[in-house]
Each structure stands twice: as structure tokens, then as C-alpha cells.
Design a binder for this molecule. Sequence first.
Ligand SMILES: *[C@@H]1O[C@H](CO)[C@@H](O)[C@H](O)[C@H]1NC(C)=O
Ligand SMILES: *[C@@H]1O[C@H](CO)[C@@H](O)[C@H](O)[C@H]1NC(C)=O
Ligand SMILES: *[C@@H]1O[C@H](CO)[C@@H](O)[C@H](O)[C@H]1NC(C)=O
Ligand SMILES: *[C@@H]1O[C@H](CO)[C@@H](O)[C@H](O)[C@H]1NC(C)=O
Ligand SMILES: *[C@@H]1O[C@H](CO)[C@@H](O)[C@H](O)[C@H]1NC(C)=O
Ligand SMILES: *[C@@H]1O[C@H](CO)[C@@H](O)[C@H](O)[C@H]1NC(C)=O
Ligand SMILES: *[C@@H]1O[C@H](CO)[C@@H](O)[C@H](O)[C@H]1NC(C)=O
Ligand SMILES: *[C@@H]1O[C@H](CO)[C@@H](O)[C@H](O)[C@H]1NC(C)=O
Ligand SMILES: *[C@@H]1O[C@H](CO)[C@@H](O)[C@H](O)[C@H]1NC(C)=O
Ligand SMILES: *[C@@H]1O[C@H](CO)[C@@H](O)[C@H](O)[C@H]1NC(C)=O
Length: 578
Amino acid sequence: RGMLALLLCGVSVALPSFVRADACKNVSMQNEAPSAGQPFAFNCTYPPLTSGKVHVTWYKYPSRIPISKNTQSRIHQEQNWILFLPLTPEDSGIYQCVINSTNTCHRIHVNLTVLRKYWCDISGNGQLILSDEYKQILHAGRDDSLTCHLNFPQSCVLDSITWYKDCKEIKEGRFIRWGIKLSVSNVSAEDGGNYACQARLTHTGKHYTVLNSITVRIKTNGYAERIPKIIYPKNNSIEVQLGSALTVDCNITDTRDNTNLRCWRVNNTLVDDYYNESKRIREGSESHIPFQKHIFYTVNITFLEVKMEDYGHPFICHAGVSAAYFILKLPAPDVRAYLIGGLLALVGAAVSVTYIYNIFKIDIVLWYRSACHSPGTKEDGKLYDAYVLYPKPQGEIQSHDVDTLVLKILPEVLERQCGYKLFIFGRDEFPGQAVANVIDENIKLCRRLIIILVPESLSFDLLKNMSEEQIAVYNALIQDGMKVILIELEKVKDYTAMPESIQYIKQKHGAIQWSGDITQQSQCAKTKFWKKVRYHMPPKRLPPSSWGAGVGLVTHDGVGSMEWLTVGQGCIAFGPTT
Ligand SMILES: *[C@@H]1O[C@H](CO)[C@@H](O)[C@H](O)[C@H]1NC(C)=O
Ligand SMILES: *[C@@H]1O[C@H](CO)[C@@H](O)[C@H](O)[C@H]1NC(C)=O
Ligand SMILES: *[C@@H]1O[C@H](CO)[C@@H](O)[C@H](O)[C@H]1NC(C)=O
Ligand SMILES: *[C@@H]1O[C@H](CO)[C@@H](O)[C@H](O)[C@H]1NC(C)=O
Ligand SMILES: *[C@@H]1O[C@H](CO)[C@@H](O)[C@H](O)[C@H]1NC(C)=O
Ligand SMILES: *[C@@H]1O[C@H](CO)[C@@H](O)[C@H](O)[C@H]1NC(C)=O
Ligand SMILES: *[C@@H]1O[C@H](CO)[C@@H](O)[C@H](O)[C@H]1NC(C)=O
Ligand SMILES: *[C@@H]1O[C@H](CO)[C@@H](O)[C@H](O)[C@H]1NC(C)=O
Ligand SMILES: *[C@@H]1O[C@H](CO)[C@@H](O)[C@H](O)[C@H]1NC(C)=O
Ligand SMILES: *[C@@H]1O[C@H](CO)[C@@H](O)[C@H](O)[C@H]1NC(C)=O
């Protein structure tokens, strides 16, 4: 009875924990076969169960006593990990990790089989007797890599990783140690075989040695679908200000069972090595998101400060055989601002050129004529350069002024100084000729028609000397395009009383107003008024005979203006006024 009571009591004590334990759901069973004599760790992960705030406890089946959490203990739990420092063959067995959160409980089983593995030196005869702990594949003809499996909690510091192939340390340049990876460039069939990676593990001040043996098989085909895809960068350029910080992601998708190495290089060197001193540009650590068929990797490159030397050189992201780069560029100045500025400058230039042209138009044209006009221009059958038509005003003074202008000043300047030939009514007609005929015949022989206007004589009929028929000729000539030069002796305020043709000319071409002193003896072709008149006159035609006598020489002075020096002709100057 006592026995039974004791048994019942034992059962009742054991029962609650038993029931609780059985309330947990078995979710997975994993087999692990590490080798004895070295550290081993197993992370209890079962996403998404272990992603939140959960309580993880390790047990060695069938014991119900949790594994110690004392870090000095050879076997202990650290966070979610169970850690063996180091493994002994006696540690083989089933381990359970119970993941307990508020309302769920899951259990993971790990079947641990500790093997005695022998490695080169240990076996004593240089023979490699290893179970194939890990299997990896290298792809022939490509750059590929091997990975050393070093899964330990953060409290374990791993360093001094060494790689061996068939018991010999790998030193060849085709192999590059790269973190926990070994990159192998231009893989060939001979690269297959038995590899091992060795690392030193330091935990709470104690050193251990971790050794992975890796059986490597060479695969020669079926690589095409294994080429990783670099989503970004895309051989693009990135605009960045000098001196700013920059981070660029390299985003890659790759197959699940890939062995590709992902890294950033500059000038064909790993960036961390290239900037090993300044650490100005660093590669970030890789992160990945697993999907059903592929894995999405991100590894970034960070510029603490962009310097001038970084511009224009490709920074290349490598993922296995794939590569893609970006190039830094100085930000382009605002194109629109430049365009608008350029347009404004153009418009400004055009406006000022037009403005300057309008101011100097007359000088420019006169200068051009004097510089480039050749005396032997084509014959147009005209006898005179201009016909001068002028009124006979009633007032004495006015009449005198008009006569002075027409009979003295005009011939002096236009004929004597400028070499034009004028037909002036009252001077050039043959005596006895009928007035009507004179106008009719001679006006047709002229290239220009100069009309002198006097305001106060508006009442007088400008064309009173003309018959209807002659007025018709005169109108026809104007309509024909004969150029008319209107010269106002004084400002004419009201044109309405003038013939329509005069009004039209005034509106279209304007009039030149006399300026200067009518009584002054010497008139000069260089004054503003005469320049205007000359501008409207046809290009000067000097008869060949007078050419040699009239023009002495042409000089170019240092300022670039050109002057015609005329011998014995007073003040003719065609050069632009400065
Ligand atoms: C879970 O697995 C353990 C060990 O294999 C076994 O004893 C237990 O009965 C299992 N529990 C459930 C609910 O399957
Ligand atoms: C180990 O598991 C925890 C969650 O249980 C997880 O946060 C951590 O990233 C894992 N560590 C490694 C190296 O996988
Ligand atoms: C699971 O956690 C709850 C509290 O969160 C605790 O009461 C319970 O005993 C735990 N169960 C196990 C099997 O550890
Ligand atoms: C654990 O693994 C060993 C060897 O792999 C095997 O013989 C044994 O049956 C496994 N135990 C369980 C419970 O699966
Ligand atoms: C790769 O190796 C083969 C021989 O294994 C050699 O012929 C070839 O030139 C190598 N290619 C490069 C790029 O080194
Ligand atoms: C790269 O992937 C990350 C997610 O890991 C995303 O936030 C980022 O926008 C991606 N960058 C580019 C350039 O596609
Ligand atoms: C950086 O790399 C160069 C060449 O690889 C080497 O000479 C130098 O010692 C390295 N510096 C540091 C701080 O590692
Ligand atoms: C770059 O990657 C590192 C991880 O290596 C990460 O901590 C950092 O936030 C990333 N930088 C950016 C800007 O994404
Ligand atoms: C790469 O090397 C060239 C010359 O060897 C040098 O001018 C350039 O600055 C280097 N690129 C970077 C990003 O430092
Ligand atoms: C980017 O340039 C690399 C060479 O550096 C080339 O192999 C790759 O095909 C290019 N990618 C694109 C998208 O142009």
C-alpha cells in the first residue's frame, strides 16, 4: 500500500508537467551529425514562432530538467541556442527545444549524432578520413565560392579562418578568403575534392577550434538558370553632391541553393580592402529575404563622404558571374535655368543689336557704301540722282530760305561734296521749255524725288505748277516705287491738307527735318541731317573720270574704323562717327 501511495504520489507529482509537455505540438525533427572534439551550436528557430516574444527552453530527452543557462557550463543554453563547448561522443541523443508563448507551445526535436571524425594530422598518416559533413558545388568555368558553416551565437568570436584542400592549406591566388567564404575564380574540374575550413572560436576567454569538412563536387552544366539577377544597380549613374553621404543598395535575386559570392568592388578590388585605411567607403553586411524559389539579397555600399576621385569610376556590384555598376556624377546644373538664361541673353543681344543698328544704321550704311560700293555699277538709264521739287512760298523770308536751301546748299553738299547729280527746277531746265514738259520728262530720268515742304505755305498748292496729267505721272512714279525724300524746312504739324500721296509717304518713310543754319556759309555732309539725306539717296555713282581725282587713299587706323580721305573736297567723311 505504502508502495502504491508512493507511486501515486510520484505520478501525481509527475503528471502536471507531463500533461503540460504533451500540450506542446511537435513541429519538426532535425538530424545533426557534427564531429566530436569541437564546438557545436544549434539555434532554435521556427519562424514565425520564434520571431515574437517567446520563451525557449532546451531539454535533453527524456530529461525534464532544462539545460543549464550557465555560460561556464560545457553544455548550456544561450538565448535560443544550445551550445556545446566542445562536443563529446556522449552528447549524442535527442534534444528538444520548447517554444512557449502565451497561448501556444511547440516542440522541436534535434537528433544529434556525434561522430568521431579524423582529419589529416589526427589520423597520423596524412590520410583524410572524413564523413561528408557538408556538401557543396562549384560551377566549372565560372567564379564561385564555398561557405564555411560557422553558426554560433554572438557571444562566440570567430576569427583566423583557414582553408584546406586535401590536407594542404590553400594559398593560391585564384582562391580568395572573403569572410566566411572562399571565392574561387575560374573554377575547373580539378577544383573538386575534399576541403576543410578551420576557424578559431573564442567564448568567455577560452579558445576552441572549429573544423568543417566540405566535399566539393564540380558541376559543368545547368548553370544558366543559376545566374543571379542584379536588380539594382543597372549600370546607371547617380547624381550626388560632393561631400555628401551616400548609400547604394545592390539588390539581387538568386536561386535558393546558390553558392554565389556577393560583393562591391572598385578598381577590381573589394571596397573594404581598397579603403582599408580610411574606411570612407564600406560594404554593408548582406541581408536576405527567402522566397519559395529564390532568395532576395541586399548588400549596400556606404560613402561616408563623396570625394572628387569617386566621380566617373564604376563601383561594381558582383553576384557570382553577374556584375552591374553605378557611376557617380556631379549634379547637372539646372538645364532650364540655363535655357532661360541663354534665351534671355539672346533676346537681350538681339534687342541691343537692333537698338545699336537703329542708332548707327545711317552711319553703317554710309560706311558700307563708301567701303564696298564699286563705281561701275549697272546702268539704269537714269540721268540724275534726284529731282528736287520745291514750292514757291508767298512769304518773303520763307521763299528766300527755300531758295537758299535748294539753289545753294543742296548743290553744294550733294553735288559738290558727294558727287550726286541733281535736277533742280529753275536751274536745270532749258530756257523756253514748257514747265509741264520739264517736270514730265525729267522726273522720269531721276532716281529719287526730293520734295521740300514748308508748313506755312500749306495754303499754297505744292503742285500748282503741275497739270492733272503730270500729277498722275507723279503719282504713278511714286506707286511704281520711286523713292521720295521729304525734307521739312520747318516742322510740319498738319499733313491733312497735303496730297494723299505725300501723306502716305510721310506715314511710311517719315520726313527729314532740316536742322542747321540756313545762313551759314559752309555746309558739311558729315552732319546728322545730311547723313540722313545721303542715306536715302542712291549709292553714290561717281563718273570714272572724277574717281581718281576725288579719292586719295584708304587707310585703316588702329581702332578699326575706315576713312575715305578725299583730296580737295573739304569735309566728306564716310567713316562711322565715334
Ligand atoms: C512528440 O515527440 C516525442 C518524442 O518523439 C513523443 O514522445 C511525443 O509523444 C510526441 N508528442 C506528440 C503530441 O506528437
Ligand atoms: C537564432 O534564432 C533567433 C530567433 O530564435 C534569431 O533571431 C537569430 O537571428 C538566429 N540566429 C542565427 C544566426 O540564425
Ligand atoms: C509557458 O509559458 C507560460 C507563461 O508564459 C507558463 O505559465 C507555462 O508554464 C509555460 N509552459 C512551459 C511548458 O514551459
Ligand atoms: C537519430 O539518428 C541516428 C543516425 O542518423 C539514427 O540511427 C536514429 O534512428 C535517429 N533517431 C531518431 C529517434 O530518429
Ligand atoms: C580558366 O582556366 C582555363 C583552364 O582551366 C584556362 O584555359 C582559361 O584561360 C582560364 N580563364 C581565365 C579567364 O583565367
Ligand atoms: C533594394 O531592396 C531594398 C529591400 O531590401 C529596398 O528597400 C530598396 O528600395 C531596393 N533598392 C532598389 C534600388 O531597388
Ligand atoms: C591596406 O591594404 C594595403 C594593401 O593591401 C596594405 O598594404 C595595408 O597594410 C592595409 N592597411 C590596413 C590598415 O589594413
Ligand atoms: C546598409 O547595410 C547595413 C547592414 O550591413 C545596415 O545596417 C544599414 O542600415 C544599411 N544602410 C542603409 C542606408 O540602408
Ligand atoms: C581607380 O584607379 C584609377 C587609376 O588607377 C584612379 O584614378 C581612380 O581614382 C581609382 N578609382 C577610385 C574610385 O578610387
Ligand atoms: C552592366 O555592365 C556589365 C559590365 O560591367 C555587363 O556585364 C552587364 O551586362 C551590364 N548590364 C546592363 C544591364 O547593361
